[in-house]
Design a protein around this ligand. Sequence first.
Ligand code: ADP
Length: 159
Amino acid sequence: MEKIGIYPGSFDPVTLGHLDIIERSSKLFDKLIVAVLINSGKKALFSVEDRVKMIEDATKDIPNVEVTSFDGLFVDFAKKMNATTSVRGLRAVSDFEYELQMSQINRHMSSELDTIFLSTDIKYAYLSSSIVKEIASLKGDIKDFVPANVIPLIEDKYK
Ligand code: ADP
């Protein structure tokens, strides 16, 4: 049976830290689904469609990565996509408590769904989508933080 992993997140926008997790986890599965969360409660900089498109562009050289979006309960979506493993990145201990709780409640709701954590590459440990937006809004250089295709899209937002 095909082994399918799923990497959910807001990706507003996708960063090099996310891309590192995508590249590494794509090697662990036959197929990796990157799933952009449609969160109407959270004010996002980019539309869900733009986020899907920018992740597709950034991952076009990894053949077993598929990018999509979802709303509703993550465990239901994972089941619908036949994914057995959720992938999350851990930057620091501060991520851990929340991630552990999420993985435990998800496993309670769907006993077939396991979560694996990849520790972030140390060079991206301080990176988050929000810090990238903050730097871009102050006209700082973001080329070390996001995939090349994402740079003009962010710059356009803060023109
Ligand atoms: P969420 O809003 O669900 O936290 P994010 O898009 O911010 O979504 O993050 C999705 C996942 O990617 C989370 O598991 C998060 O810990 C991980 N992640 C975020 N930034 C990095 C990074 N710089 N390096 C590794 N993993 C990261």
